[in-house]
Design a protein around this ligand. Sequence first.
Ligand code: SF4
Ligand SMILES: [Zn+2]
Length: 330
Amino acid sequence: MRAEEKRKPVSVWKESDVIEGRKVPAFVAILRTVGCWWSRQRGCLMCGYNLASDAGIGLEDLRAQLETAKERYDGENFVKIYTSGSFLDAREIPMELREEVVDAFGEAERILFESRPEFVTEENIQDLKDRRISVAMGLESGTDRVLRDCVRKGFTTADYERAAFLLRAKGIPLRTYLLLKPPFLTEREAIEDARRSIAYASPYSESVSVNPVNVQKETVLEGLWRRGDYRPPWLWSLAEVLKEGKGLEGTRLFSSPSGGGTPRGVHNCLDCDRGFLEAIERFTFSQDEREFEGLDCRCRLEWKALVEVQDAMATSVDVGRYLSSGLDLE
Ligand code: SF4
Ligand SMILES: [Zn+2]
């Protein structure tokens, strides 16, 4: 990677988020780091984030990235600093930089970092005294078998629980990410896994984000998708999961699908994808399942039929792909 690239964040953008029920402007920066340690070992099956990292990135590169990101900051209430790995892993974000990151966004009410649970330790978070900090963990599924066989997450629900209890004891709010439809699950199993996982994670979490799988480049999952052994989830499935999981334990449930409406992301058919994605965006802020009322499309029958065919054949392959044509896999 060229020197100037190491000094640029992966991306910076603005969106909205919620703090204690209020919709607020949010600022997001993805810093380029040495990458997630687990992705260098075995890595999660669907993760291609390591493509944006570089082993040679050092403290001064990170400082330069922070400066660049700060130039775009306009006092948004919610600041999210991602690394496509773990902010709390000192190999990615050296200890001395943590405070500089927090200080850089003095006007923010809330600052969110992401971390795997192994870095949420008493010793590692004792310096996170700033009351504005919250932590997000990518649990993906509340079922250990799915974590091991379908995600290859490299940790268990017990690891998540330990970290979640510790955050609660320290008064640090937790956002949990769940995955909708890891590989090797049928569409119905994926819906059930997400439902169970929402019920499991809600008591520990201030908010739960359901992330429908997006097929990233150069991943194991991409190989399965290319040969027809995987289809990203349907928007029908995501809508069901959100409607039913809403408000459990008073936890905010939402979804911000990346790649939605494309062959690599959560999708239905070209006619209704946009309507569904808009309803999901509205639901994210209103938490009102009536946002999904009136959404109908001829593809509902196709979705239901495929769910049943997969069940009958006991297979998670993309059976619909063999029945229709025209999917443009790029
Ligand atoms: S999904 Fe997260 S934990 Fe898994 S390899 Fe990617 S960055 Fe690491
Ligand atoms: Zn449709």
